[in-house]
Design a protein around this ligand. Structure first.
Ligand SMILES: Cc1cc2nc3c(=O)[nH]c(=O)nc-3n(C[C@H](O)[C@H](O)[C@H](O)COP(=O)(O)OP(=O)(O)OC[C@H]3O[C@@H](n4cnc5c(N)ncnc54)[C@H](O)[C@@H]3O)c2cc1C
Length: 244
């Protein structure tokens, strides 16, 4: 695909950052509307890496979610439902243990499942969305890696804020280990697609956890809420509190 075509079609991209992982010719940037967008460093008539079309869910016409699931989960002892896909068992619930629920967005399962995976030695790190500790940066939240239960707990709760995965996936490529990742469905599909092209990521990302996602927000959403209580755009800061 030529750069010109990519630039015309990218407004439909899920903007997860995977394109920037497969090609150094692409960088992720927050645009003027507060959404992440791919910026291509090449000229319009130049041709992009062919993997780009494959790894981005909204560009990829080769595979859909069912194709990916077939390859990963199809088995005689796994059930299949046309609407849900493959499953072993289905539950609805919330965490009873400790203060996971009160510190979570919903029932706390998102955080608890990672704590269990780490404590039972199935993983070395959790890739999730955390407060940006660089307070000089206008970016409030970003994907990062937690390697202790305390860090996992501090990263709980939903961030209705734009995020992308290019930097963190590059770190996973560089730093050996077993990882679990959480994301909205389009991002998890992008992770699955890039894993089909990248053996290192495939071998290191052991677990994916999908969040229900009815909507995404630009960075202006938080600013808009804060402005209503007197905090002007640009002055909003984050402070994470974990209750014990
Ligand atoms: C953008 C977005 C839209 C959502 N839309 C809906 C919806 O329409 N309906 C609905 O029922 N639920 C929606 N959710 C899911 C819901 O907000 C909770 O995240 C979910 O119920 C998990 O709750 P929990 O208590 O188990 O998670 P917690 O224990 O609070 O853990 C949440 C985990 O998700 C990670 N996380 C936080 N923000 C993001 C992010 N932006 N991207 C990836 N990971 C993140 C955290 O780092 C943490 O590890 C949405 C979540 C997001 C991030």
């Amino acid at each position: 695909m030529k750069v010109l075509e990519f630039n015309l079609r990218k407004k439909y991209s899920e903007a997860s950052g995977v394109c920037a992982v497969v090609s150094d010719d692409i960088v992720m940037e927050l645009n003027e509307y507060g959404d992440y967008e791919e910026r291509v460093l090449l000229l319009n008539d130049m041709v992009l890496d062919s993997d780009i079309e494959f790894v981005s869910p909204n560009f990829s016409s080769e595979v859909n979610e069912t194709d990916i699931a077939d390859r990963l989960f199809k088995s005689d002892d796994v059930s299949f439902d046309q609407r849900l896909g493959y499953y072993r068992s289905l539950y609805a619930g919330h965490v009873l243990e400790g203060d996971y629920r009160i510190n979570a967005s919903s029932g706390g399962i998102g955080t608890w499942i990672f704590k269990e995976l780490l404590e039972r030695d199935y993983i070395d790190g959790v890739i999730h969305v955390k407060e940006n500790l660089d307070k000089g940066s206008p970016i409030l939240f970003q994907y990062g890696i937690s390697r202790s239960v305390e860090e996992i707990r501090v990263g709980s709760r939903s961030k209705y804020y734009p995020v992308e995965m290019s930097e963190v996936l590059r770190t996973v490529r560089e730093v050996e280990g077993r990882y679990a990742i959480i994301g909205i469905p389009s991002f998890i599909m992008a992770v699955r697609l890039i894993c089909e092209k990248d053996e290192v990521l495939k071998s290191r990302i052991k677990y994916t956890v999908g969040l229900i996602c009815g909507h995404q927000k630009s960075s202006k959403f938080g600013e808009f809420l804060a402005w209503q209580v007197g905090i002007k755009p640009g002055n909003l800061k984050v402070m994470t509190i974990v209750r014990n």
